[in-house]
Design a protein around this ligand. Structure first.
Ligand code: NDP
Length: 331
């Protein structure tokens, strides 16, 4: 099978040269391990951070070694209790055709309950991120006006729907194209949406929310964050989920110029990482699972075919080629 390796660490925007594709022998599972044929894998913005050297909340990828990330596959061989050939498992060794996974790091998923990609999306890490960001970090209340950036992406499009289902008065989204704005308004159920390329974010946000906003779910940082601070109502909450506008910057970017408003308006601003909120997993599955079953949540996938094209899918994600979740279908 194939595996995709980190060939070199990018400076600024990554390119195809930062990836290597290698043909390797199928690995052998040891005691307590599974051999998994990967079927579908995720590419996610946080992977850009792991391509850099240096300490962060997940260790960096190693040059010359295969990349890692969320994947769902079928068990081919099992030396781990509780798993049998034919089972479908979620694990963290994507970017390769065959993975040897410890039974401890594999989670069985039900292929008849939901399409496999759902475990990497609505019922997986991005869904949980949207849910905990609103329910826990931003403590979103009924009647809040909520602004979400990166709104047509995996986390953002779910956050918009969850905010609405949790009783938001108004949900506003921003995204990078007219098509995405139409998608937000016509299909996802956002009340207001704008294309951030059309003009200053602060002006577009003010026009969409003349009453101000109470919650900002930040996927983007930079100009979006400054605009949100400007338009926030007193005692507003900002859930800092991601800052994708900065991930490919070669030097640290200046912060918002209006930080004094955090004091004047008594704002609460909090960064979070989804894996720290594992105690909310059951609550997430119960609440979002029920909405999904009742047809209250809509979602889209942008699927790239073939493991060989996974680097392209990742680069496309950075450029905004995706609507909803970017996934790679391996088989
Ligand atoms: P998305 O599906 O949203 O894909 C990324 C999107 O970012 C692109 O589609 C693009 O859409 C947008 N984008 C790229 N560059 C810019 C820019 N300069 N300004 C504005 N938008 C840009 O990815 P995810 O849903 O997986 O992730 C969304 C955010 O959530 C990321 O910041 C990610 O790091 C973060 N995250 C955080 C987690 C946590 O635990 N804190 C967990 C998971 C994700 P467009 O066309 O609109 O520009």
């Amino acid at each position: 099978g194939l595996e995709i390796r980190l060939a070199s660490r990018p400076k600024g925007w990554p390119t195809m040269d930062n990836f290597d594709i290698a043909e390797v022998e199928a690995p052998q599972p040891g005691e307590g391990e599974l051999l998994v044929r990967n079927l579908v894998m995720s590419v996610d913005p946080y992977m850009r951070g792991r391509m850099n050297e240096g300490k962060s909340y997940v260790p960096p990828f190693q040059v010359g070694a295969p990349l890692e990330g969320g994947a769902v596959g079928e068990v081919v061989e099992s030396n781990a209790e509780g798993f049998a050939p034919g089972d479908h498992v979620l694990h963290n060794l994507g970017w390769r055709d065959y993975a040897v996974v410890s039974g401890k790091h594999a989670t069985k998923v039900d292929a008849s309950a939901a399409p496999l990609g759902a475990y990497l999306y609505v019922l997986g890490m991005p869904g949980m991120t949207a849910y905990v960001g609103l329910a826990d970090v931003a403590a979103q209340q009924e009647g809040d006006v909520v602004f979400i950036s990166g709104a047509a992406g995996a986390v953002g499009s779910l956050a918009g729907q969850i905010a609405k289902l949790r009783g938001a008065k108004k949900v506003i989204g921003s995204a990078g194209s007219a098509e995405k704005v139409r998608y937000l308004l016509d299909e996802v159920g956002f009340d207001e949406a704008f294309n951030y390329h059309d003009g200053p974010v602060v002006e577009q946000l003010k026009a969409a929310a003349p009453e101000g906003i109470d919650v900002y779910f930040d996927n983007v940082g930079g100009e979006h964050l400054e605009a949100a601070i400007s338009v926030m109502n007193d005692f507003g909450r900002l859930a800092e989920c991601g800052m994708i506008s900065q991930y490919n910057a070669e030097t640290p970017q200046p912060g918002p110029r209006n930080m004094a408003m955090i004091v004047q308006k008594r704002l609460k601003i909090e960064g979070f990482i989804v894996m720290d909120r594992a105690h909310l997993k059951d609550q997430f599955f119960n609440e979002v699972g029920a909405w999904l079953r009742d047809g209250k949540i809509t979602y889209r996938e942008t699927v790239v075919e073939g493991l060989r094209n996974a680097p392209d899918a990742f680069l496309g994600l950075m450029r905004g080629d995706n609507t909803g979740k970017m996934l790679v279908k391996i088989v």
